[in-house]
Write a protein that binds this ligand. Sequence first.
Ligand code: ATP
Ligand code: MG
Length: 175
Amino acid sequence: MAHGLVLLFTGEGKGKTTAALGTAFRAWGHGMRVFFLQFVKGERVTTGERLAVAKLPDNFLELETMGAGFIFAREGEEHHREAARRAWERAREVVLSGTYDLVVLDEFTYVLRYGFVSLEEVRELVATRPPALHLIFTGRGAPPELVELADTVTEMREVKHHYRKGISAQKGIEF
Ligand code: ATP
Ligand code: MG
């Protein structure tokens, strides 16, 4: 019997989003339905994952970016809050739809950190989701309450990063 799990990939090291993508790929192999919601839109729109989704068959994961660049945008606090709230409402809709077996909320920790979504709201969604639905949260600096809520937590620890040598983000490795 399928037992829905809550997974959290956090920490400063590289590998959080790609771990979620790897899990999505694995689930898809089993014919499971996957939704991948990106809370933060970075400077790069054309990520490899977005291009891959476009090349793969229709039944591969659905990927949406809802952040409107809210971390990097210059607009004020209210603009960021609105983008985060839209993303959260979309996340609730997707999770509660009963259509998916795995939902990824990528870079979710930032909306918690900024207080745009409360831990109470997260607890409520986790508790009321379909019982077999797996949920993955990613992002740096997960608060202890999110760690508490998750069944499996992996902290990516930076041992080294090429960025420290001044090597810029590389296609296929970072985007
Ligand atoms: P990935 O998407 O490669 O799995 P991630 O999700 O763990 O990485 P994020 O915190 O979301 O990492 O950062 C996005 C990108 O920024 C990553 O591809 C990573 O290589 C890069 N990065 C990681 N650490 C740093 C750093 N200290 N400075 C600048 N860029 C970094
Ligand atoms: Mg990431």
